[in-house]
Design a protein around this ligand. Structure first.
Ligand code: CO
Ligand code: ZN
Length: 332
């Protein structure tokens, strides 16, 4: 799976510009699913029909294709580019970082030398090697993402955009490897999560799920002087109980825990005080959808070097396949 993961994280795709990621994923899953389509916003919706009779549900799985990035807002007379954020970009992570525009052009982020205090985006600029506004190839409205290679440290992997290409990799594996299921499984690769869960909102309306799971990353509390957080790298998929935007359906959470226990998959519970996922907008779509979320613990989230544990990734695939292989009784 590492080769697929590497291709996914190294593909260019900030929110609103997911085309290259979508094409890669479509080519990967098309043969493994019964149907696929792309909706008006650009969500890739893939469908696997039930393989056997009996109490199946329409289950939506969501992983977002987009990554955080920046967008040019102004080019000065010397050719330096000012920019705004696409999604959660923290000024502290930016000085010296490289960004890549859609045509492959690279720029380096600098900070005004005389700026003081906490860094802000307004003090930052991108140097693309231009000498004037006229010879600057970057125009207002051009988007870019962080440029950083994938590194395989063995058990741990480092890359930009594990948020949420690691979720996409897991969802691809689930759609490929799920053999036996009573459910209609709809794998949705969503757009524009990082700017407000927008792709999940429209795709959930169209898919009308009876049950849903998001697959996304979560923060950990296992680095030096970290805030107290229960999640750790290498302790298995994190089954979400709560984040800032949603409370998981208690029965969905419980069934995920039961599945993990039955299959002896290491797992942990997630309570995240910041951030949320596509699960939030799916849960409140239409008349409401029982929704949960399986998270991959990730260090250095929203920096150009996010870190995950490979065993957590493999165990997340196992957990979701196990969950979908049998009946799902919500007791309603
Ligand atoms: Co994110
Ligand atoms: Zn995410």
């Amino acid at each position: 799976m590492k080769e697929l993961i590497q291709r996914l994280v190294e593909t260019w795709g900030p929110s609103g510009y997911e085309d290259q990621v979508r094409e890669l994923i479509r080519a990967e899953v098309a043969d493994a699913v019964d149907e696929w389509r792309v909706d008006a916003l650009g969500n890739l919706i893939t469908v696997k029909k039930p393989t056997r009779q009996g109490n199946g549900k329409r289950v939506m799985l969501a992983a977002h294709m987009d990554e955080i990035g920046i967008m040019a807002t102004h080019v000065d007379e010397k050719g330096f580019v000012r920019f705004t954020n696409i999604g959660g970009v923290h000024p502290l992570n930016l000085r010296g970082a490289r960004v890549q525009f859609q045509d492959g052009r690279v720029g380096v982020i600098g900070r005004e030398e005389k700026a003081e205090g906490e860094p802000t985006l307004a003090q930052m600029y991108i140097d693309v090697g231009a000498t004037s506004r006229e010879d600057c190839p970057i125009k207002v409205g051009d988007p870019a993402v962080f440029l950083r290679d994938f590194s395989d440290l063995g058990k741990r992997l480092v890359a930009k955009a594990f948020d949420d290409r690691i979720g996409c990799a897991i969802l691809i594996e689930v759609m490929k490897r799920l053999q036996e299921t009573p459910h209609e499984v709809i794998g949705v690769f969503t757009v524009q999560e990082e700017v407000g869960l927008r792709g999940a909102m429209t795709s959930a309306f169209g898919v009308k799920p009876e049950l849903a799971l998001a697959i996304d990353v979560t923060m950990t509390g296992d680095t030096p002087e970290a805030r107290k957080r229960p999640m750790q790298l290498g302790k298995g998929p994190a089954i979400k109980v709560k984040d800032r935007g949603m409370l998981s359906h208690p029965k969905v959470k419980e069934l995920l825990v039961e599945t993990a226990e039955r299959l002896e998959i290491p797992h942990q519970l997630e309570v995240l005080e910041a951030g949320t996922t596509d699960a939030m907008s799916i849960q409140v779509s239409r008349e409401g959808v029982p929704t949960g979320c399986v998270s991959i613990p990730t260090r250095y989230l929203h920096t150009p070097s996010e870190m995950v544990d490979y065993d957590d990734v493999l165990n997340t695939v196992r957990l979701i396949i196990g969950f979908l292989s049998g009946p799902i009784d919500l007791g309603q």
